[in-house]
Design a protein around this ligand. Structure first.
Ligand code: ARG
Length: 475
């Protein structure tokens, strides 16, 4: 059903209608559109623009449409341009002419911005919940391997020993920042555009603050022109979703590496692996690869929207219709990826023996020698030089640091007494790490305790916000 046409003598050309049409992708805004229509109806009634009788028949028809949309009984037809026109057709089919009453004081411009915000809030809360579940899987795996030493890498070269649980727990921190970003985004997004009309507000006695609070927003827009053209919330959401995707891609890369025959650390469960159509022996970490690959499309959606917004004149321009598909796609992508990665993490087992055997390789305890000398008040530059000489000596003789004799240590530096051997074990090196956030058993235990508490606290905030949102939608 066309929402305009009075001043036109010709109907739109087929090509124009085809390019204009968005209902095939914006139909998923229908529940939010109907709910915001209820809020708008309430202020039209309160202000006396619609009589009680008319308002109550419209309210009833909206309620019916809500169930028919949910059950799939009411669907868009070929002639519908977008979700707003399809739903107005639905109301008109039920009510006749008064089905068009809701357009008073409202434009598709403030309507679509409101619908999309509600959609985004709903789904960003769901993404936050899925992130929190992935954190739980990571924390459990981290705790399971909290006593397992493994080589830590910089430049992908052996650097210093770490606890493997510490290696896994680092991801929980990255995801905590993502949840934090979503919470912060929610605050900033909580401004209702409804009441801005086409661009300048309304001459009807509406109450944007009332519709805002009815829909769970903290406030209504302070500038009607900004209200209809602001898509910062889409761009920011896409950035957050991209960063979540990037964090997932870094997990993906680690899993791929750790599952190689050369590493042989990770055993990905069969249920989270795939096979090859030609090589019967193959077991591939495809979920990890998909997590890595999907990050590209998430970043693509972000750059697409930023580019669309760049230089865009204010108020509504049809370019803005291009905001939806990237947002929907990024959300759908993460809704698919996150449960698979959570499952993959939860069911992977790691080879402690292999990780332990690899830990001292590559002279990863050399820093311990330097720190040993620093504790004996040798300036670090000289201590570093001496430790380097120990490594060179080992390399020339094809031995490991702990295999140097007392005499060899003493020949490198007089203060390298035989006590140095106490730090030349993986356990000694790990236990010696005393700083906050370090990879020692004590610091790790503290880290996991803090992470678990933070995760439980944010999970309950997410749950209560989601509950409030679904209660609002149910009203
Ligand atoms: N389908 C449009 C969109 O998604 C709705 C707004 C149309 N407004 C307009 N003035 N043509 O952006």
């Amino acid at each position: 059903m066309a929402l305009w046409g009075g001043r036109f003598s010709d109907a739109p050309a087929d090509a124009v209608f085809a390019l204009s049409r968005s209902v095939h992708f914006d139909w998923r805004l229908a529940p939010y559109d109907l709910r915001s229509s209820k809020a708008h109806l309430a202020v039209l009634e309160k202000s006396g623009i619609l009589s009680k009788e008319i308002a109550s028949s419209i309210r009833k028809a909206i309620g019916e449409l809500q169930s028919e949309v949910a059950s799939g009984k009411f669907l868009p037809i070929a002639a519908d341009e977008d979700v707003h026109s399809a739903l107005e057709r639905g109301l008109t089919e039920k009510l006749g002419e008064i089905g068009g009453s809701l357009r008073a004081g409202r434009s598709r411009n403030d309507q679509v911005a409101t619908d999309l915000k509600l959609f985004a809030i709903d789904h960003m809360l769901e993404i936050a919940r899925l992130i929190s579940e992935l954190q739980i899987a990571l924390m459990e795996k981290a705790a399971e391997y909290g006593d397992a030493p493994a080589p830590g890498f910089t430049h992908m070269q052996h650097a210093q020993p770490v606890l493997f649980g510490h290696e896994l727990a680092k991801h929980v921190h990255a995801f905590a920042r993502d949840i934090d970003r979503i919470m912060d985004w929610l605050e900033r997004t909580s401004v209702s555009p409804l009441g801005a009309g086409a661009l300048s507000g309304s001459s009807l006695p509406l109450s944007p603050e009332t519709t805002a609070s009815d829909l769970g927003f903290s406030t209504s827009a302070g500038n009607s022109i900004d209200a209809v053209s602001d898509r910062d919330f889409v761009a920011e959401a896409l950035f957050i979703l991209s960063l979540v995707g990037i964090h997932l891609s870094r997990i993906g890369e680690e899993w791929c590496l750790w599952a190689t025959t050369e590493f042989g650390w990770a055993h990905v469960a069969d249920a989270y692996s795939t096979g090859s159509s030609i090589m019967p022996q193959k077991k591939n970490p495809d979920m990890a690869e998909l997590a890595r690959g999907k990050a590209g499309r998430l970043v693509g959606n972000l750059t697409g929207v930023l580019t669309m917004l760049k230089g865009l004149p204010f108020a509504y321009n049809r370019d803005l219709q291009e905001d939806k598909e990237p947002l929907f796609d990024s959300i759908d992508t993460l809704l698919l990826v996150m449960p698979a990665i959570t499952g993959m993490v939860a069911t992977t087992s790691f080879d402690r023996r292999k990780m332990l055997a690899a830990t001292p390789l590559g002279f990863s305890l050399a820093t311990e020698i330097a720190d040993f000398l620093v504790r004996a008040h040798v300036p670090f530059a000289s201590a570093h030089e001496a430790a380097g000489k120990c490594v060179a000596l080992c390399e020339s003789q094809g031995i490991e640091l702990h295999q140097l004799t007392d005499e060899q240590f003493a020949s490198v530096h007089p203060q390298l007494t035989k006590d140095v051997r106490s730090v030349l074990t993986t356990e000694g090196a790990l236990a010696a790490r005393i700083t906050k956030g370090a990879s020692s058993p004590a610091a790790f235990a503290e880290q996991i305790k803090v992470l678990k508490k933070e995760n439980a606290d944010t999970a309950s905030v997410i749950a209560s916000k989601s509950k409030a949102f679904s209660e609002m939608m149910g009203q």
